[in-house]
Design a protein around this ligand. Structure first.
Ligand code: SF4
Length: 508
């Protein structure tokens, strides 16, 4: 008997934490369980061939797939091919994409079993029953949620290769107490912490093995300030002990909750060592109320400004276009407000209808039309018709290339000037009209487009534009936002663990 745990990651650099949790909790089946990760884009027949290479003659073979929004299309193909060439293989699915609306999914029709929700104890239980019988009769099994201290932590399963070359995902807690209706975590209703000392002991061991880049997937890192401080102190101690071999830590935080004790800790992190992902999603109180998102906008804005001005943290702030009740105008207003606060990156997302999320209750009233194919992006709603939504999608794409990339740090403020949304939308419309492309635009070509637009559409002199754009190329740019008071006088420590894009923002 062999059990194979597999998934398709979005990139090689993303090591699957979910598969490692399953392996860590396999109990007596662990010795006959292995992990093989693939990357999106591989041919399904090649994947099937590699999976079948694990099969032992005359033995049962269970393949567990981690199914997510980014891989469901590919995994459906893989499962279909597997079932054609080796129908005797037992296929078990798990993951958020198969945890809801299980009745109408092709992949579930093809598979033998599905575990919805938490798989840590339910997957090994199900495997045990498949191996020893009697065979489970039900196809869909609701995953049991064990007490947190009964879940074995998986961090020792990160290999030396993972530590050297991949992002290490870690979590000090699961779940979220908030109920934003577009988000799967809204279904959790609360957050469950792991034992913090046991967790930090695992972080210590990863650190000793050479890990320097830690990405926390906790939905709300700053919920419990005592725990947040303990985690931050762990990293501050490492930074103090080895300032020339610094760690880099990424946390998701709620923006309106930053007590002084937390601020004090945050201020101690030098450049290139701390990143926050902050969900704003919308600054529009009517939208927030419609989607049950509780957020103190003034406090959130004040905290983002404080982080920009008084800390060295790299800020990545999320906005979502296409939410019910959000018009183009109100979105523009929120976007401009956020730009003025000065975060390093604005992640401009388009609403997606994640399976199981309550956002669909607004479908009729707001005429929400979602793409039926993953990632189920919104195509139109009552306030933003399809053509306008398409413009927003392109805006998001070009924003990532020009603004978030950090490659046009000197030029960006000139592009945006006093009306960031309106000017960048004009730029976006013009680029699309002139290229018919939103992908595969080489940097040189993009720089040419930026140059031409500023000269021809904005009437800025050729000399001034050339000087600006070439200063970005020369790497002399100063990032417009944040950090000035906190970062003056000393060259930034750009950690070898600091991701490239963040390094560019720091160097800018
Ligand atoms: S969007 Fe963030 S705060 Fe809201 S439910 Fe999801 S994880 Fe929690």
């Amino acid at each position: 008997m062999t059990i194979l745990l597999t998934t398709l990651n979005a990139r090689y650099a993303h090591a699957s934490l979910g598969l490692r949790y399953l392996l860590a909790n396999m109990g007596e089946l662990q010795s006959q369980t292995q992990i093989h990760e693939f990357v999106i884009g591989a041919r399904s027949t090649d994947i099937v061939e590699k999976i079948l290479a694990y099969r032992q003659p005359d033995q049962k073979f269970i393949v567990g797939f981690g199914v997510y929004i980014w891989n469901i299309v590919e995994i459906t193909q893989v499962v279909a091919v597997l079932k054609r060439v080796a129908p005797e293989i037992v296929i078990v699915l798990g993951g958020p994409e198969v945890s809801h609306e299980t009745n109408d999914q092709e992949i579930i029709r093809l598979a033998d079993y599905v575990i919805t929700g938490w798989g840590d104890v339910s997957f090994p239980d199900l495997c045990q029953k498949i191996i020893e019988g009697p065979q489970p009769l039900m196809k869909v099994h609701a995953g049991l949620q064990p007490p947190m201290n009964e879940i074995k932590l998986p961090y020792a399963l990160y290999t030396d290769q993972d530590i050297r070359h991949r992002t290490l995902y870690v979590e000090a807690s699961r779940g979220c107490p908030f109920k934003c209706e577009f988000c799967l975590s809204a279904l959790d209703k609360t957050a469950w912490p792991f034992d913090i000392d046991a967790f930090l002991a695992e972080m210590e061991s990863l650190y000793q093995r050479g890990a320097r880049l830690f990405k926390f997937v906790d939905r709300t890192f700053n919920l419990n300030v005592k725990t947040s401080l303990k985690i931050m102190q762990f990293f501050l101690d490492k930074l103090a002990a080895a300032p020339h071999d610094p760690v880099f830590a990424h946390f998701e935080v709620v923006p309106d909750h930053l007590p002084d004790a937390l601020k004090e800790g945050i201020q101690k992190f030098p450049d290139g060592t701390l990143q926050f992902e902050i969900g704003i999603q919308s600054f529009n109180p009517e939208v927030q109320s419609l989607i049950s998102r509780k957020q103190n906008n003034d406090k959130a804005a004040e905290n983002i400004r404080w982080l920009c001005e008084q800390s060295h943290a790299h800020l990545h702030v999320d906005l979502i276009a296409g939410l019910p009740g959000e018009t183009m105008e109100s979105f523009a207003e929120g976007f401009n407000k956020l730009v003025a606060l000065g975060p390093h990156e604005i992640q401009f997302g388009i609403l997606k209808r994640l399976r199981g999320t309550p956002i669909i209750r607004h479908t009729e009233a707001f005429q929400l039309a979602f793409d039926p194919m993953p990632p189920y992006t919104i195509l139109a709603n009552k306030d933003v018709p399809f053509a306008a939504m398409q413009r927003l999608v392109r805006f998001a794409r070009y924003w990532d290339m020009v603004a978030n990339s950090g490659r046009f740090a000197n030029t960006l403020p000139v592009i945006l000037s006093e009306s960031p949304f309106e000017h960048f939308m004009a730029f976006s419309d013009w680029v699309y009209a002139n290229t018919d492309a939103t992908h595969r635009i080489a940097l040189d070509r993009l720089a040419g487009l930026v140059t031409t637009w500023l000269i021809e559409q904005r009437g800025i002199s050729k000399e001034a534009v050339m000087a600006l754009v070439s200063s970005d190329y020369a790497g002399n740019a100063k990032h417009k936002q944040g950090n000035s008071s906190a970062g003056e006088q000393k060259a930034p420590v750009v950690a070898k663990a600091t991701p490239q894009r963040q390094s560019r923002h720091l160097a800018a």
